[in-house]
Design a binder for this molecule. Structure first.
Ligand SMILES: Nc1ncnc2c1ncn2[C@@H]1O[C@H](COP(=O)(O)OP(=O)(O)OP(=O)(O)O)[C@@H](O)[C@H]1O
Ligand SMILES: [Mg+2]
Length: 336
């Protein structure tokens, strides 16, 4: 941590209550060996040896929160299928309480990777987009309104699978949170950000920012790093104003982060040089740690610094794995 900044007290995470609403998925890995080519078609035959599972999408956000020691509840859609039962069991094993809206017409989104000695050969996605029915929406909003006061922050983890695209749903959740003064943080998807209007903070990566900025110049492709930052801050301001956002946290992969708020100076965070194995899931870690930090009373700047540190840890891990409280504590203490 930089000088003059408070040292985050990570034990306080156990008192943090965070609600995650979003698209949950089951990540399945089928591990095997390739020993021959199929006689049926010119493709390798994978001799399957084991299957492993991980919580994906919004489920990975919840997993990050629980491995930090936070209390977490997740609201998501899933199917009445074996993948849905597995998701529910995994949430339970990780002390994540859940409200899964299942329906026989829905399926649990599953992404299966066929792996041969750490090499991904193929990914099979089983998914369908589902929105809430009008009745489901109304009863879910009533439930959220009633339970909201117990939470310190809310995360909307949008993977574009439908829940947060339900007409009027995301807008209503944001307005409930704002009226109860609970920070609501959004990990966005796509170019239509109208539904995120008035959120406390949105956390796009550079590509997602450029997509929504559309006609505005790209903020992250200049040769000159100072010019690039200036442009990024300017685009961030326009996007914040257009959608009435209090904060915008742009994650910039190896270039770190850029946090801008209404009346604040831009807060640029650089990554620390480290070995990078797998950047997948870094965005989930960022929004989880940002929410966790705000929930224990950190400022947006300090929560973003902590999120950057945490993301630096997860990119050094193989596969999508959450950050733990101990790892984050060690990184703070050794100033890594
Ligand atoms: N190559 C890297 N080196 C160091 N840190 C990194 C690297 N890539 C990502 N990070 C860290 O992770 C954060 C989020 O990364 P990124 O901007 O790629 O998010 P993302 O594209 O949303 O990720 P995801 O693939 O999970 O959706 C960065 O702000 C940074 O802190
Ligand atoms: Mg992301």
């Amino acid at each position: 941590m930089a000088k003059n900044r408070p040292i985050p007290q990570l034990n306080d995470f156990q008192n943090a209550n965070i609600l995650v609403i979003g698209d949950i998925m089951l990540d399945c890995y089928l591990w095997g060996k390739v020993e021959r080519i199929s006689p049926e078609a010119p493709v390798p035959i994978v001799h399957a040896q084991k299957k492993t599972y991980m919580l994906g999408g919004a489920g990975n956000v919840a997993l990050n929160l629980s491995s930090l020691g936070c209390n977490c509840n997740i609201i998501a859609l899933c199917g009445m299928d074996s993948a849905g039962s597995r998701v529910e069991k995994m949430l339970e094993e990780n002390r994540i309480s859940c409200h899964l809206l299942n329906d026989e017409n829905r399926m649990t989104i599953t992404k299966t990777r066929i792996m041969a000695i750490k090499q991904q050969l193929l990914r099979i996605d089983e998914e369908k987009k589902h929105v809430l029915s009008e009745n489901e929406k109304e009863s879910l909003l009533t439930r959220i309104k009633k339970t909201l006061p117990q939470y310190h922050s809310v995360i909307l983890s949008d993977y574009g699978k439908g829940l947060l695209q339900t007409q009027g749903f995301t807008e209503s959740v944001i307005s409930l949170c704002r009226s109860q003064k609970i920070p609501v943080l959004v990990d966005p998807k796509g170019r239509d950000w109208e539904r995120y209007n008035n959120a406390t903070c949105v956390t796009p990566n550079s590509a997602e920012l450029n997509l929504v900025a559309g006609e505005m110049e790209s903020g992250d492709n200049s040769e000159n790093p100072l010019e690039e930052e200036k442009l990024l801050v300017e685009i961030s301001r326009k996007i914040r104003e257009r959608y009435g956002l209090e904060w915008l946290l742009v994650t910039r992969g190896p270039k770190g982060m850029c946090l801008t708020g209404k009346d604040e100076k831009p807060f640029i965070v650089a990554t620390q040089a480290r070995q990078v194995y797998d950047v997948s899931g870094a965005g989930d870690t960022v929004i989880s740690v940002l929410a966790a930090g705000l929930s224990i009373g950190l400022s947006f700047e300090d929560a973003a610094l902590l999120a950057n540190k945490a993301a630096g840890i997860v990119v050094g891990k193989v596969g999508t794995q959450p950050v733990t409280k101990d790892e984050l504590e060690l990184a703070i203490n050794t100033n890594n």
